[in-house]
Design a protein. Structure first.
Length: 96
């Protein structure tokens, strides 16, 4: 079985968004500080904009790539994985 290849822009954008979002979420759950909640909502807004730009870039590369390998498509799917993760965080947050 071969390894799945990702473009570096998509992979690092996913990792940074996931790690920062998870750290903010866990920090809020531990300290219950409303300021962290405001920072988290601002972060989500910024992350949506950045991830959308990178997603559109990855899709552009994917559709213009004529080679057999298409790591940009894999990266686009990886970026879309942030949506259900953020949704789960919001469900947990609003149920507390």
């Amino acid at each position: 079985m071969e390894n799945i290849k990702f473009s570096s822009a998509g992979k690092y954008t996913f990792l940074i968004s996931f790690v920062l979002g998870t750290l903010l979420f866990l920090t809020f759950l531990i300290f219950r500080n409303e300021f962290l909640l405001l920072i988290g909502f601002a972060y989500v807004g910024i992350a949506i904009m950045v991830n959308t730009i990178i997603l559109l870039y990855e899709l552009g590369v994917y559709f213009s790539d004529v080679s057999g390998e298409k790591p940009a498509g894999n990266s686009a799917l990886l970026l879309l994985l942030n949506i259900p993760i953020a949704s789960i965080y919001f469900l947990i947050l609003f149920n507390f």
